[in-house]
Ligand binder design. Sequence first.
Ligand SMILES: [Zn+2]
Length: 162
Amino acid sequence: MKTQQCVSCGTHNGMHHFEGRTLTVDYKQVARLVHDIVGWECQVCGEIEFDHDTDSAERYSDASDQLLENYFQVMAAEMKRIRRKLHLTQKDAVKLLSGAGHNAFSRYERGEIPPPQALFTLMCLLDRHPHLLAEIQAMNEGSDLKRLLAARFPEQETVLAS
Ligand SMILES: [Zn+2]
């Protein structure tokens, strides 16, 4: 059996050679399989090193990059599709739904950054129940919050900001 010293814990002959293994790359809730990996695994500490005489490291890293790229692309397309379905401009969407920087939606829709999980969940809910947008609009007007403030601090005069 081919063995070598472990690069991590230093055990002599600790690493055993393996071939044809399937590893996974993952991002958030999804993963992809990368087949036919050739490498070394330490029997003591579990460290795995790719066999650099093969393309295993490159294929593994490519799969990881591709998953990330595909994930961002799909999230971006969903954000755009749902926003358009709700008849919102990017500016309206920021104002109504995300409250982040003014160009936040444009960055999500270009796939520069993924939307925060809570925002994406909200968009998916609105996709399934678009009528809820009217309730969000009403909430954003602040009358519920004004009522709560006025009830809790009756001695103060709380009004809606104009
Ligand atoms: Zn080791």
